[in-house]
Write a new protein. Structure first.
Length: 322
C-alpha cells in the first residue's frame, strides 16, 4: 500500500511539474552554424537555466518551422511564441522596418548601433500595436557585392541576374540595371548552382554559410549597410509568464543582444578570411564603384523618406544628431 501511495505521489508531482512548464517555439530562417542561430540557442539555454526549466524554448533553425517571410506573422498570430526576423524584409508593411537596409546611411558597427537607438522607440511602439514585443536585435556584418565576374563600376552589373531578398536589395538591382530575382537564404545555394542568380548583396557570413565560393568567386567589400535580425515575442505569451520568468527572458535577451553585436563585429574579419581560404577574391571597391553605390544610396534614401514621411524623417534626424 505504501509503495502504491509513493508511486501515486511521484506521478502527481511529475504531472504538477509538467503542468508548470511552459514550452515556446522560436523559428528562425538561418542554419544552426550561423552565428545568429548559435546566439539564439545560447539565449534559449540561458532562459532554461534561469527559470529552472520552467520556460523551455525550442529553436527551429533553417526555416524548418516557418519560411523567413512567414515568421513575423506566425509570432503575431500566436502560432509561435517568439521568432527571429530580418527587419528589412518587412519594409513594404511599414517603412521604418527597412531603415537599416538603406545603403550607406549607417555603414559601421558604431553608426549601426546609433541608428538602432534612434529607431528603437518607434519600432517598439509599432510592434506593440501588432501584439508583439522587441526582445533584442543583432546586426549582420557589413554588406558587400558577390558577383561572378569582376566589376569596376555599377554599370558592370547591367543585365546580371541579381538576388533580391528585401525591397531595398530589389531596388538596388533595378537602379544598377540588373535583373532582380527573389531568393530567400534557405534556397540561395540551389539558386546559384542552377544559374538562377549570378550576383547578390549580403554579408561575408551569408557567403560562407551558403558556400557561395563554390559558384561565385568575387566579393566587393562595399560595407553598404548592416541590417538587423530582431527576436520578437508574442505579447500575450509574454504576459502569461510568471514575473520571474518574464525577468529571466528579458535579462537573457539583453545579454544575447550584447553578445550578438560583439560576435558579429568579431566575425566580420573571420568570414572574409574564410572566403579567401575557400578560393574567393575579396576586392576593395574601385573609386568609381564606391561613387556609384553612394549615388544609389542617396537616391534610395530620398525615395525612402518620401514614403516614410515625418515619422521616418524624425528618426533619421535623431540618428544624425547622435
Amino acid at each position: 500500500m505504501n509503495r502504491k501511495l509513493s508511486v501515486a505521489l511521484a506521478v502527481l508531482a511529475f504531472s504538477a511539474a509538467a503542468a508548470a512548464q511552459t514550452k515556446w517555439d522560436l523559428p528562425t530562417a538561418y542554419p544552426p552554424s550561423n552565428f545568429h542561430t548559435e546566439n539564439i540557442t545560447q539565449f534559449a539555454a540561458d532562459v532554461d537555466k534561469a527559470t529552472g526549466g520552467k520556460l523551455k524554448i525550442t529553436v527551429h533553425s533553417n526555416a524548418s518551422l516557418f519560411k523567413a517571410p512567414e515568421i513575423k506573422r506566425a509570432v503575431q498570430g500566436g502560432q509561435a511564441q517568439a521568432g527571429e526576423v530580418l527587419l528589412v524584409n518587412f519594409q513594404n508593411e511599414w517603412p521604418l522596418f527597412g531603415l537599416d537596409g538603406q545603403p550607406f546611411l549607417a555603414d559601421s558597427y558604431d553608426s549601426a548601433w546609433k541608428l538602432y537607438q534612434a529607431q528603437k522607440p518607434a519600432l517598439e511602439k509599432k510592434l506593440a500595436e501588432q501584439g508583439m514585443m522587441l526582445l533584442y536585435t543583432v546586426a549582420w556584418p557589413p554588406q558587400g557585392i558577390f558577383v561572378k565576374k569582376e566589376i569596376n563600376s555599377a554599370a558592370d552589373l547591367k543585365g546580371v541576374k541579381w538576388r533580391a531578398y528585401s525591397p531595398a536589395t530589389a531596388r538596388i538591382g533595378e537602379l544598377v540595371g540588373a535583373q532582380p530575382v527573389t531568393v530567400q537564404q534557405a534556397e540561395l545555394s540551389q539558386a546559384m548552382a542552377t544559374g538562377v542568380i549570378e550576383s547578390y548583396m549580403s554579408s561575408g557570413s551569408t557567403g560562407y554559410d551558403t558556400k557561395t565560393y563554390e559558384y561565385i568567386k568575387n566579393f566587393y567589400d562595399t560595407q553598404a549597410w548592416l541590417p538587423k535580425n530582431a527576436v520578437l515575442v508574442n505579447k500575450k505569451a509574454f504576459d502569461a509568464l510568471s514575473k520571474p520568468e518574464q525577468d529571466a527572458l528579458l535579462k537573457a535577451g539583453a545579454e544575447a543582444e550584447k553578445r550578438g553585436w560583439e560576435v558579429s563585429r568579431k566575425k566580420t574579419a573571420e568570414y572574409l578570411e574564410l572566403l579567401k581560404k575557400n578560393g574567393m577574391t575579396v576586392h576593395v571597391p574601385s573609386t568609381q564603384l564606391k561613387a556609384d553605390m553612394k549615388k544609389i544610396g542617396d537616391t534610395m534614401l530620398k525615395e525612402y523618406l518620401e514614403k516614410a514621411g515625418p515619422e521616418g524623417q524624425a528618426v533619421v534626424d535623431a540618428y544624425r544628431k547622435m
